[in-house]
Design a protein around this ligand. Sequence first.
Ligand code: CTP
Ligand code: MN
Ligand code: MN
Length: 265
Amino acid sequence: MHKAAKWRQLFTQIFGVGVRTADRWYREGLRTLDDLREQPQKLTQQQKVGLQHHRDLSTPVLRSDVDALQQAVEEAVGQALPGATVTLTGGFRRGKLQGHDVDFLITHPKEGQEAGLLPRVMRHLQDQGLILYHQHQHSRWESPTRLAQQSHMDAFERSFCIFRLPQPPAAAVGGSTRPCASWKAVRVDLVVAPISQFPFALLGWTGSKLFQRELRRFSRKEKGLWLNSHGLFDPEQKTFFHVTSEEDIFRHLGLEYLPPEQRNA
Ligand code: CTP
Ligand code: MN
Ligand code: MN
């Protein structure tokens, strides 16, 4: 591996550090995590937290963590807005046993009810002492036809979080590097979608990244339709397809339904 690439890999593992920042630090002569710790003025708040919890965050998240997190998020969402739902997405929905984070999609069966929900959810989670860090991103509203054109990024409201997940005492035994840890830091993505876009958001956020890229390419090249996490658009008719499930989307694309476990490509 090229020398600079080695440090790029080390630095970009830190939550909140991208390739450009990693390369700049390398040019500035920084080489180790301790170098960074000695230069806190160079770090954003997000990066400081990422560095602080680096060991936990570079430890794979386990299926047992996911269940505990889902329970906590469901409770907060239920308190913030009765009837709102939480769905596991990302790698764990595809049946993976480990992951770098946990992804949840939140919606409400009545269109529009999801507006303003996320800050309330975050407040409940914070009151429970479950949040070490979170960064809220507002939904970036654009005209539906502009949204339809975007092939990778989506515009949903979201929160990039680091949870403080309590650990059962049993998890402390057996070769853990921190035998007495009563909690661990876990990256969680919370995304909110209105119910009309929910099946597209679910499909997009379930991944894998490669599978979604291929599906969107197939849709455009073979069917002449634009697929993303907001919808499926016919550019000739200038219409959106109405769907109520992932199965509907596969059907509109003329494809056999693939369950999440088969989207690990
Ligand atoms: N995704 C997205 N927009 C983003 C980030 C992610 O649409 N800004 C989608 C991607 O399609 C990705 C899925 O959400 O497949 C989950 O993203 P991520 O958590 O990064 O990957 P996982 O497949 O869950 O794998 P990991 O175990 O590394 O978390
Ligand atoms: Mn994930
Ligand atoms: Mn994620």
